[in-house]
Write a protein that binds this ligand. Structure first.
Ligand SMILES: [Zn+2]
Length: 127
């Protein structure tokens, strides 16, 4: 569950205190993907290697599939939307959600490589 907390709150996977992203608002377009190089609280490296977050494509893609599946059920089956409008709707919705999806994908990605360390969190609390 601790990984889920880090992903949903976009917190450092190691200490669960520091923010993964510089800005909290995913729609401040200029800086919405900006991440600090290191966790401001426990000093965990957020840029583990050059191009680290290219791999996050593999974690954001399933999120897109999941959202598309939900939207398909909602719009096609429940609302019985015309197919043309469905494609327009799904494109607009996915574009609008893009910054959130990318952030979640990155948070899941770094959580695959970095585990929660209660001592790091404890050290941070005592600072
Ligand atoms: Zn941290």
């Amino acid at each position: 569950m601790s990984k889920l907390y880090s992903v949903v709150r976009l917190k450092c996977p190691r200490c669960h205190k520091g923010n993964l992203f510089t800005k909290n608002n995913p729609y401040s377009f200029k800086d919405s993907m900006k991440m600090p190089d290191r966790c401001p609280v426990c000093n965990q490296d957020f840029q583990i290697e050059p191009g680290f977050y290219i791999g996050a494509l593999w974690t954001s893609f399933p999120i897109v599939i999941f959202i598309m599946t939900l939207l398909s059920i909602l719009l096609l089956v429940l609302i019985k939307m015309e197919l043309e409008w469905f494609f327009v709707a799904i494109t607009v919705i996915l574009l609008l959600l893009q910054p959130i999806i990318i952030r979640l994908g990155r948070a899941i990605w770094i959580n695959i490589f970095v585990d929660y360390d209660p001592e790091a969190a404890e050290d941070a609390r005592n600072k």
